[in-house]
Write a protein that binds this ligand. Structure first.
Ligand code: COA
Length: 376
């Protein structure tokens, strides 16, 4: 029996105990814990442990996990030179994807696919990727890379390596909340990509590399950059109405709205909305929040009845901007966080693997005579 569903909508392609989404009621849970609970009470490191072990760590386990992660911050020898060799006008997502692929060459056993080995490789990738993004960004600004600081947690260390100054506690917490809320999201396109790749028993690096390629698309993780561009195109709150209605007339999409699964407001958008407001007020960017809020109200009036609400990218754009990140680092930030989810799904897939191999409806001709090239 075959079922065809364009875009695989409604097709169940795997079983997972990592994250649960109720798109009708706007619920997201990681291993059963509501995302709002984690955003307000957890840290990114603890959330990663949760996603990889499907339970919260004890105090001792969290301390050991954090120590292990920090001990791996430094990139393998030769990687900084490779990053420096990247053209400075390259897009950071292309650099990140290429460098994660390159990391496999520094692993003596890149193809080891036991669950333990997969967890170990995932920890390396998670520890190294902030250095890749920060070093590339500094290179293109003509600045020397900053060595990681193992006394700092994941979020603090990344912001420190990017700016060469210790971030404030408020910035660290804001960044950590972004990392927590973006970490996993069911069988989204990039997570599916990672699971499809590992299902051939390829390797963790290939799975994460492929997932980064998927994430950068504007219909997936790239949408947060689209949101920021949109906010920049709107001069003031008063212009939001004409801008959005103009988009509708031209049948263009409003970035940061709509979702294949959510037909209610994405709970991550709810979390990030209050964070964006606070940060915007604190950093003199209130206009960005006000414009976003105005767009949300117009969209609510126009298309909420069709189930189109803000998604995770809508308020993450303002949040990342207020943290001081450049536009083209928004999607790499999403990737740094989602590595946690991708790796969790790779580990889960390896624990009970079956090759992904869907079929396709052939709609072309049959029995076509071969015409020699001179007679065409
Ligand atoms: N703005 C305006 N209209 C939108 C819309 C948006 N952001 N998202 C969906 N729609 C409309 C479509 O035009 C379509 O309308 P129609 O039935 O009248 O033609 C309807 O909603 C269904 O859209 P469809 O593309 O079939 O939904 P999908 O499940 O395939 O797409 C997304 C989901 C996320 C790709 C889509 O909502 C989108 O392009 N959003 C903008 C990009 C974005 O924010 N992506 C990040 C996702 S986390």
């Amino acid at each position: 029996m075959t079922t065809f569903s364009k875009g695989l909508e409604g097709i169940v392609a795997a079983e997972t105990a990592i994250s649960y989404i109720d798109g009708t009621n706007g619920i997201l849970e990681y291993v059963g814990i509501p995302i709002g609970e984690l955003a307000s009470k957890s840290t990114f490191e603890e959330t990663v442990f949760l996603l990889w072990n499907q339970r919260l760590p004890t105090k001792g386990e969290l301390a050991a996990f954090t120590t292990d992660l920090r001990a791996r911050y430094e990139l393998p020898e030769g990687m900084l030179e490779r990053i420096a060799a990247a053209p400075t006008d390259a897009e950071p997502m292309h650099v990140l994807r290429t460098m994660v692929s390159a990391l496999s060459m520094f692993d003596p056993n890149p193809n080891e696919n036991t669950v333990e080995a997969a967890r170990d490789k995932a920890l390396n990738i998670l520890a190294w990727t902030p250095s890749i993004v920060a070093a590339f960004d500094r290179n293109r600004r003509g600045l020397a890379p900053v060595a990681p600081d193992t006394s700092l947690g994941f979020s603090a260390n990344f912001l420190y390596m990017l700016n060469d100054t210790k971030p404030t506690d408020a910035m660290i917490r804001a960044f950590d909340i972004c990392m927590i809320t973006h970490a996993d999201h069911g069988l989204n396109n990039s997570t599916f990509t990672a699971r499809v790749i590992i299902s051939t028993l390829s390797d963790m690096y290939s799975a994460i590399t492929g997932a980064i390629g998927s994430l950068r698309g504007p219909l997936h993780g790239g949408a947060n950059e689209g949101v920021m561009k949109m906010l920049n195109e709107i001069d003031s709150v008063a212009d939001a109405e004409a801008y959005v209605m103009g988009k509708f007339e031209r049948k263009e999409r409003i970035m940061g709205f709509g979702h294949r699964v959510y037909k209610a407001k994405d709970p991550r958008a709810t979390e990030l909305m209050s964070l964006a407001k606070q940060l915007a007020d604190d950093t003199g960017n209130s206009d960005l929040y006000e414009k976003s809020h105005a767009i949300e109200q117009i969209m609510d009036r126009e298309v909420a009845a069709k189930g189109i609400y803000p998604n995770v990218d809508f308020y993450s754009a303002t949040t990342y901007h207020c943290i001081g990140l450049k536009l083209d680092l928004f999607t790499p930030m999403f990737a740094l966080s989602r590595i946690a989810g991708w790796a969790g799904h790779v580990i889960e897939q390896l624990g009970d693997n079956r090759l992904f191999r869907p079929t396709v409806n052939y709609v072309g001709p049959h029995n076509v005579p071969y015409v020699p090239i001179d007679e065409r």
